[in-house]
Write a protein that binds this ligand. Sequence first.
Ligand code: C6P
Length: 407
Amino acid sequence: MGLDIAKIREQFPVLNQEVHGKPLVYFDNAATTQKPRSVLDALTNYYSKDNSNIHRGAHALADRATRYYEETREAIMHFINARESAEIIFTKGTTEGINLVASTFGRKFIGKGDEIIISALEHHSNIVPWHMLCEEKGAVLKVIPINEAGELIYEEFEKLLTPNTKLVSIVHASNALGSINPVKKIIDSAHAVGAKVLLDGAQSSSHLHIDVQDLDCDFFAFSAHKLYGPTGLGCLYGKREVFESMPPYQGGGEMIKEVTYEKTTYNEIPFKFEAGTPNIADVIAFKSALEFINELGKDAIKAHEDELLAYANELLLPIKGFVPIGTAKEKVSVISFNINAMHPYDVGMMLDANGFAVRTGHHCTQPLMKRLGIEGTVRASFSVYNSKSEIEKLAESVTRIARIKNK
Ligand code: C6P
């Protein structure tokens, strides 16, 4: 049996509003998802009952807050099937996770003439940290090309691999086009030349079943806010032996074992990478977001989102003037498009006037837009609380907007 979408929507107070006099249709889920009541309640509960610093105080509140905080780490371990919770580090988001790897693993293990491979589908947060590292170290950044459908060309990836490849850092699912990359094959081939692999899971974590042991990736970075959780929070998974081989990220409280004026010895993982008072409330509330997902079931969520994507394709593709951007065979529930030669921003404004929240522009993937020869796209991205009737409304609006230019 399918999910009861009306019932699910009741859990998201923000969805129940009008925008410009029209019911809100929230199709900007790839940017951030809305939060269920349980997450909002968890935040309020924490601040009204448990607020305390963690891992430090010997009092009841500190003890409770620490327990709840570490329970989220355990929940994430199960969510991505890590071997142990010590392999989960809390960050600000995917961006910080990737920067952490660049600053620690990168600084220690990547040197002059070494190679890092990314793909043509990357978000800026999986390009810029490597530019910064390459500039500092004299390393080389290589880019796996894509075909016209927005699919990575696997054969070209194999040609880029050399004994100098130290890291392959690749997006699991593209935020701009939705393409899902063949990451398992990529990981196996990268390991065969001794390279480590980082997966940018910002988009895949919300749509696909993630099993880091099965994937065998060395790092997996993702953001809580794209998984119905709070903003400003993310996770970086890393294999224990890889994390242990890396120097710390930031220095400060909590990440130390002992400090003298002469010397610091560092704490065990994961604490070695979590300097300072962390984002306690949001970590605790994130557990409620994971429970929300687990209760519905990842498979049921994916089935619903796949159905929405198929329905959107069915209704939108025949519209005269509708230009799909990114037609990969394997996609998460993201549909990027342009209408005739209209500027995506203008289309976005017209959709906004009709109550639709979509993203327009380059989606923080400027090199990808350049590769596709466009300035940007309009992106509608679907989530578990979206309905087929919302897709029908989108198709009606797109038809009306396309007529402006087709007259
Ligand atoms: N993409 C989008 O609208 P942060 O901002 O750190 O939570 O996530 C960065 C990030 C990294 N990789 C991918 C594939 C992403 O999609 C994102 C965030 C949002 O597409 C905001 S730019």
